[in-house]
Design a protein. Structure first.
Length: 454
């Protein structure tokens, strides 16, 4: 039976009062993490966020119904569904199956109120591509965190295509999008971004002719795959992706693989906690998302890939993890775009490697849900680790003993989960403040971790 003592909520009045005074109760509770001897068992991840967002949006503008199985349980993906409902799309959600009655390319309706993307940059940026092709005005905003995230990189290409977009000062949300007839463009991304690429390709569905995106580095290609699966005319050659406009998308039944970005926390935990024997089932293994496996293998991580199959154009399989000595080292800059979500937990892993870990080229982390470079560095220092911070990266020394500490998540789900992993191998108790922020991507994260902890 997993050791329940490793993960605890506050239980006494004294603890509650102390927590309140320390600011633990913003929008959610705090969690205590204690070191564990092993992680043992089989776990499944929530449906992939990235893929769920895309099939929901494409299902909304397709013809006929789409049935999406294992749709992500995250708050971010629910934000996408809520926005689509406000645009007149009929959606039924029963547990992990979402059924969408497609409205067609021209079937969306003006919302009577502003769309709320919540904390989801994916919702705002990608849905902006679809809204740019609508012959009506839409306002889309989000929570306080999303309202600090810059949108210029998506505003620029959509404006070039003919949409009129107004934003708050500094190109910040909310966005006011006046859509209409769009023209195709060839757009070279100044910074590798799957969200911006997706926004341009989705807008390209509303432009007569071929819209082309050129990437500086290959990013996740879930939009390309989903468009092909639903009948769009897609052309791909190395880092160039093109879509032909005015295609008729057809709704279909699809199955979403487990989210490898969520699996990353269990991969690292399974490698670090002694005596662990952990299996993660049905994880998405899209080659544009498996840089985490490549990096761990280079470091000496014992991760076996089993039972690989192809489903709806996406690879998936099982991962078997066992602990061992990890070398550490530099993460190559060209690998960083494919690891952007995993870098916080890899930084935690770096403290337990032989050589430490360092990386550059990740300035994008500064404008995520939090300034992840600064927040990771600050929290590692709270745990006694030596960290060097760069404008675009970090250097973490290896062979470090971590001590339990109070972790300020800044409301960032990936920070909360990364430092929960750190707490498993730290001396003493680690307190994760505002632990409820994990609902953004992995609502059952702490329950799943507790189930396999001994």
């Amino acid at each position: 039976m997993p050791g329940a003592v490793s993960l605890q909520r506050f239980t006494s009045d004294e603890e509650l009062l102390t927590a309140f005074r320390m600011g633990f109760f913003g929008s959610a509770k705090s969690r205590k993490i204690k070191p564990v001897k092993r992680l043992v068992g089989t776990v499944e991840m929530p449906g992939d966020k990235s893929i769920s967002h895309r099939y929901a949006m494409l299902g909304a503008i397709a013809e006929g119904p789409s049935e999406i199985h294992f749709f992500a349980s995250s708050a971010d993906c629910q934000s996408t569904l809520d926005c689509l409902k406000k645009l007149g799309v009929t959606i039924d959600r029963r547990e992990n199956v979402v059924t969408i009655q497609g409205a067609g390319l021209a079937g969306l309706k003006p919302s009577l109120q502003a769309l709320d993307a919540g904390n989801s940059g994916s919702t705002m940026r990608m849905l902006a591509g679809i809204l740019a092709g609508q012959h009506f005005r839409t306002v889309i905003g989000g929570d306080a965190s999303l309202s600090r995230r810059p949108m210029k990189r998506v505003i620029d290409p959509l404006t070039q295509m003919g949409a009129r977009i107004e934003s708050a000062e500094g190109y910040l949300p909310p966005l006011e999008i006046e859509g209409g007839t769009l023209r195709p463009i060839r757009y070279e991304l100044p910074v590798a971004s799957a969200q911006v690429k997706s926004a341009v390709l989705l807008a390209g569905l509303y432009a007569e002719g071929e819209t082309t995106v050129v990437e500086p580095f290959a990013t996740r290609d879930h939009t390309d795959i989903a468009l092909e699966q639903m009948g769009a005319d897609i052309g791909r050659h190395r880092r160039t992706i093109a879509v032909r406009g005015c295609a008729r998308l057809e709704g279909k039944k699809v199955y979403i693989p487990g989210d490898i970005s969520s699996a990353a926390f269990f991969l690292v935990a399974g490698l670090l906690v002694p005596e662990s024997n952990l299996v993660i089932r049905n994880v998405g293994l899209n080659p544009t998302r498996t840089a985490i496996l490549d990096v761990l293998a280079t470091m000496g991580g014992r991760v076996k890939v089993l039972n690989v199959e192809m489903l709806n154009g996406e690879l998936l399989g099982d991962l078997h993890i066992e602990p061992g000595t990890l070398k550490g080292g530099e993460i190559a800059q060209e690998s960083v775009p494919g690891l952007i979500d995993e870098l916080p937990v890899l930084s935690v892993l770096g403290t337990q490697t032989e050589e430490g870990l360092w990386f550059h080229g990740a300035a994008e982390l500064r404008v995520k849900e939090s300034d992840r470079i600064a927040v990771v560095a600050a929290n590692l220092r709270r745990m006694g680790a030596k960290v060097e911070e760069f404008p675009d990266g970090l250097r973490v020394a290896g062979r470090q003993k971590l001590r339990g500490a109070e972790i300020n998540t800044q409301g960032d789900h990936r920070i909360a989960m990364a430092f929960a992993v750190a707490g498993l191998v730290a001396e003493g108790t680690t307190v994760i403040r505002d632990s409820g922020c994990v609902d953004v991507s992995f609502p059952k994260f702490f329950d799943t971790l507790e189930r396999v902890a001994e």
